[in-house]
Design a protein around this ligand. Structure first.
Ligand code: FMN
Length: 199
């Protein structure tokens, strides 16, 4: 269980800068449904709050970095949405992910890919990032097509609606289980991969 005063905290990241982005539409939709399920959701939209391309020499000194880091640290779950660009995640998403790794350890990645081709390679890349950063990922990714699954910013297909329902439920349930264990491991003294993340 989460501490009674603390709901599951989800950081939702919109990985498209496209003004009429379907990724933005679905991330905002899932964010609302997670709020209805009792989660606290923070949405990062790089169109409104630009993030410079990751540069290891300057990234950590950028004036905006401490606030962004705090938002990532506070999250239990990373909800990541990206368009499929050449079978890969967008540059905006990759640049965001490159800024962090310790902050992701022990957290849950839940991914959504806008693709005409099921976005499998993109989902695999996001899962690889999760593994490299000692994060968990849901055992599946969600993908959708802007032409058949969305219309005017709304979900337009029954299979996609069902998948989103499953996704919201699983983020909520598995996010809480993992967050609880992560907190216990960080507070405890047992061996385990989070031992080196204790303060
Ligand atoms: C540079 C670029 C590369 C793309 N490459 C692919 C691709 O390899 N496979 C694919 O299915 N769609 C590809 N697309 C299409 C986008 O993934 C698709 O239009 C997506 O719905 C855009 O999402 P957004 O509106 O949130 O930006 C590409 C689009 C762009 C702009």
């Amino acid at each position: 269980m989460q501490p009674p005063d603390q709901s599951l905290r989800v950081l939702a990241v919109i990985g498209s800068l496209h003004r009429k982005s379907v990724t933005r539409s679905i991330i905002c939709h899932v964010a609302e449904r997670l709020k209805e399920a009792g989660c606290t959701v923070d949405v990062i939209d790089f169109e409104n709050e630009p993030l410079p391309l990751y540069n290891p020499d300057t990234a950590y000194h950028a004036p905006s970095f401490p606030a962004l880091k705090k938002r990532v640290e506070e999250a239990d779950v990373l909800l990541l949405g990206t368009p499929d660009y050449h079978g890969s995640m967008s540059g905006a998403m990759k640049s965001f992910l490159d800024h962090f790794w310790r902050e992701f350890a022990g957290k849950l990645f839940a991914t959504i890919v806008a693709s005409h081709e099921k976005g499998l390679t993109v989902t695999d890349q996001l899962r690889t990032v999760a593994r490299q950063c000692y994060a968990w990922s849901l055992p599946y990714g969600v993908s959708f097509s802007e032409s058949s699954d969305m219309k005017e910013g709304e979900i337009a297909s029954e299979p996609f609606e069902q998948r989103i329902e499953m996704f919201v439920r699983d983020i909520s349930v598995y996010g809480k289980l993992l967050a609880q264990q992560r907190r216990m491991d960080l507070a405890g003294n047992e061996a385990g991969f989070l031992a080196r993340h204790r303060k």
